[in-house]
Design a protein around this ligand. Structure first.
Ligand code: DAH
Length: 346
């Protein structure tokens, strides 16, 4: 019997040396330790021995069994580690140096115009802020001097939410938050902020009306800000966007949050001023409502109107993009029509 055990040991070692995978190892385990395995056979054979021989032989067989079990467990771990490494090595890696064959997307025309204006204003020292799309009634109306029951609230058909908040109807909704965030400006260091954003109004949609559109608001507040600052910045803005001298006209306009308020119109670029459906045959397009910030608005923003003045403007970004790219139907912007939207690249 002992001889047998020696042979089994040698055979196990030989077979083990040829093993390359966990599956092969498992086969060996079964052929030695399984129900009909060689070691198990030896254990069964013990019953044919007398008591004394059984004791010593039994010990030997069990020793061999334990030894084989131990070797198998260690070997198993090594093989698993090897197989894991192999798997990692063969996994396809992303090669960043391979030129892309994927079709590259383009920026949305509104994004292009927005970025362009942001760049212009950044060079003039403006900070870019992001207004929330969901706003409180206070921020959207009260804080910009549109109290409850004020007729101006009818001008803007609002989407109210179930929680009493609303989808902002204009970018002016962020004025109060921004004034509070930055506080009163230091002497000679006016607060200059630009805050573009998506706005919502409950409009019937047609070629020139959308319920979801973009505005871009700007504000400059300091101890010596006047209408001439306002006009200067508006001129720079329009000249840069259209890359030519654009004819503008300023006429009085009413907005509760500015006093005085203006409508800055530009010469219709679609018809050149002759009159067309886009400009309602007038040759002019309302593009840039603006004005000097109303003292109430400054006060509500925590800024003393006796010490500071400021201007604000609310540019119709969607309309500006229509002008710039000669887009006649506002519905294109939200249409998801990539084929058409991709034409506009700069
Ligand atoms: N919030 C106004 C609107 O959506 C636009 C506007 C007008 C903004 C005059 C201004 C401003 O900052 O001074 O109709």
């Amino acid at each position: 019997m002992l001889e047998n055990l020696e042979k089994i040991k040698v055979r196990f070692q030989e077979e083990l040396n040829a093993v390359n995978s966990t599956e092969e190892l498992e086969k060996i385990r079964v052929s030695f330790l399984g129900k009909k395995g060689l070691v198990t056979d030896e254990l069964k054979n013990l019953r044919n021995l007398d008591a004394e021989a059984k004791k010593t032989a039994g010990m030997q067989v069990n020793l061999l069994k334990e030894e084989i079990e131990e070797v198998i467990v260690t070997y198993q771990k090594q093989l698993e580690e090897k197989e894991y490494q192999k798997q990692i090595e063969s996994t396809e890696r992303f090669d960043f140096s391979i030129p892309s064959s994927v079709e590259v997307g383009t920026l949305h025309p509104i994004t292009i115009v927005q970025k362009q204006i942001e760049d212009i204003f950044k060079t003039m020292g403006f900070i870019i802020e992001d207004g929330l799309e969901i706003q409180t009634e206070y921020n959207n109306f009260e804080a910009v001097n549109i109290p409850k029951n004020h007729p101006a609230r009818d001008m803007q058909d609002t989407y109210y939410l179930e929680n009493g908040q609303l989808l902002k109807t204009h970018t002016s909704a962020a004025q109060n938050t921004i004034m509070r965030k930055y506080g009163a400006p230091k002497p000679g260091e006016p607060l200059k902020v630009l805050f573009p954003g998506r706005c919502f109004r409950n409009e019937n949609i047609d070629a020139s009306h959308e319920n979801t559109f973009f505005q871009l608001e700007g504000m400059m507040i300091g101890d010596d800000i006047s209408i001439s600052n306002l006009i200067y910045f508006m001129k720079v803005l329009l000249t840069e966007v259209f890359q030519r001298d654009v004819k503008v006209r300023l006429r009085p306009g009413f907005f509760p949050f500015v006093e005085p308020g203006f409508e800055l119109d530009i010469n219709c670029l679609i018809c050149g001023g002759d009159g067309c459906p886009t400009c309602k045959q007038s040759g002019w397009l309302e593009l840039l409502p603006c004005g000097m910030i109303h003292p109430n608005v400054l006060r509500m923003g925590g800024i003393d109107p006796d010490k500071y003045t400021g201007f604000a403007f609310g540019l119709g970004l969607t309309r500006l993009a229509m002008m710039k790219y000669n887009i006649k139907d506002i519905r294109l912007f939200n249409s998801g029509n990539l084929k058409q939207l991709k034409q506009f690249t700069k």
